[in-house]
Design a protein around this ligand. Structure first.
Ligand SMILES: *Cc1c(COP(=O)(O)O)cnc(C)c1O
Length: 386
């Protein structure tokens, strides 16, 4: 029989977690204020879709609200319902609009649907007939071909004297497709189109820019800007240094092993050691969003020639070798001085020493995907804003 009194006292789960995530809410708040300054005279919203880019809608939403954000964008209505408790006085826009059956969720939580197609517009008009005035936003497509009324339909709607008076959009918006590439001529063309839309809906606020567009200059700001990725410390504009890092992902080293020259590593034996090596086995895998495309070798679909991802430990960058597996990843720590890496230590997967966008590039993807792929196993710690 085990004597329960013999158990050691419970450790803080974060200190013993196989894989863990630290979210610096102070940096998040600072990044929002930074984007608000860059937005000049425009108001600055906060985009918190996909669980605040994987970092936690409740904590991030509350922090952004306390930092001063009063306009929020979510992708789907359920996110709006969750956010409402943390952002009581804010306007919450639902980017995917409203579907029949969701009316109550919208009305009870004071959520604003972003109407983005003719079909949704027709449904919305019928809702207004039944329930009376209720605010909405209108998305107009200026070249993305994703969501939004076609330009001509939007301009016709603006001019339509027969439209019901209860149809009262509080915001018209559009979205740039290449804002992250400052040289793209298309942003200018989208800007010109959106100016027409904005003028047609005179007296109604307008919004064009996400994180990247804010850097394109004041003419892109209109009344409201919509930063997302920049708030979370990701790269908004290609090649431009991001704002403060917010998320740090780490995994525990569960074993250090000495491996012989000529032996092979991980599934498929795609990496053969060219020297006697010291390997650190970390308890993180693709099930935790440490994407398999970060593997050191043996990933036939990866193009671009990079050699896989790196972690950061004991002051050193160490490469992933062989294939990443579901729960475990192997790092080559041979070049780290003896004793600087031990089992039980944590290796940084991304964070202040290993920029998330650099890791993403090694995986053939973008920081957005690294963040929103964080799995359910990460033990989370939130560093409170001041
Ligand atoms: C996701 C999204 C944003 C935020 O984009 P970032 O690049 O993360 O700043 C803004 N507007 C719309 C319509 C979006 O879908």
């Amino acid at each position: 029989m085990i004597d329960q009194n013999e158990f050691p006292s419970d450790a803080d789960p974060f200190d013993i977690a196989p894989v863990r995530l630290t979210v610096d809410l102070g940096a998040l708040a600072e990044n929002w204020r930074d984007m608000a300054r860059r937005s000049g005279s425009a108001r600055t919203a906060a985009v918190v879709k996909a669980d605040a880019y994987g970092l936690g809608l409740e904590d991030c939403g509350e922090t952004l609200y306390e930092a001063g954000a009063r306009d929020f964008f979510v992708a789907v209505v359920q996110e709006g319902v969750t956010l409402r408790a943390y952002a009581p006085e804010a306007r919450i826009f639902v980017l995917s609009g409203i579907w029949p059956g969701q009316e109550r969720m919208f009305f009870e939580n004071d959520l604003v649907p972003v109407i983005a197609s003719e079909e949704q517009l027709a449904f919305w008009m019928s809702v207004l007939v039944e329930f009376g005035d209720y605010p909405c936003a209108l998305q107009v497509d200026t070249g993305f071909n994703r969501l939004g009324l076609p330009m001509q339909d939007a301009l016709a709607l603006a001019e339509d004297v027969s439209r019901p008076a209860s149809f009262s959009p509080v915001l018209v918006l559009s979205h740039l497709h290449s804002g992250d590439t400052p040289s793209a001529a298309s942003s200018k063309a989208q800007l010109e189109s959106f100016r027409q839309v904005s003028a047609a809906f005179e007296g109604i606020e307008s919004s064009l820019s996400a994180s990247a567009g804010i850097f394109l200059g004041p003419e892109y700001h209109f009344d409201l800007t919509r930063p997302g990725i920049a708030l979370y410390g990701g790269e908004a504009v290609n090649g431009m240094k991001p704002l403060r890092p917010v998320a740090t992902a780490e995994a525990r080293i569960v074993q250090i092993r000495e491996a012989a020259v000529g032996s092979t590593v991980s599934y498929g034996a795609t990496h053969q050691l060219e020297r006697a090596s010291r390997l650190a086995i970390a308890s993180v895998g693709y099930a935790d969003g440490y994407l398999r495309s970060l593997s050191g070798s043996g990933i036939p679909l990866r193009t671009g020639g990079t050699g896989g991802g790196f972690g950061f430990i004991g002051g050193y960058r160490v490469p992933v070798i062989g294939r990443i597996t579901m729960d475990l990843t192997i790092f080559d720590v041979t070049d780290v001085p003896d004793g600087a890496v031990r089992s039980g230590d944590y290796i940084e997967l991304f964070g202040p020493n290993m920029p998330v966008d650099e890791v993403a590039r090694a995986a053939g993807t973008i920081g957005y995907e690294m963040l929103t792929s964080l799995g359910l196993r990460h033990e989370r710690r939130y560093l409170e804003a001041e």
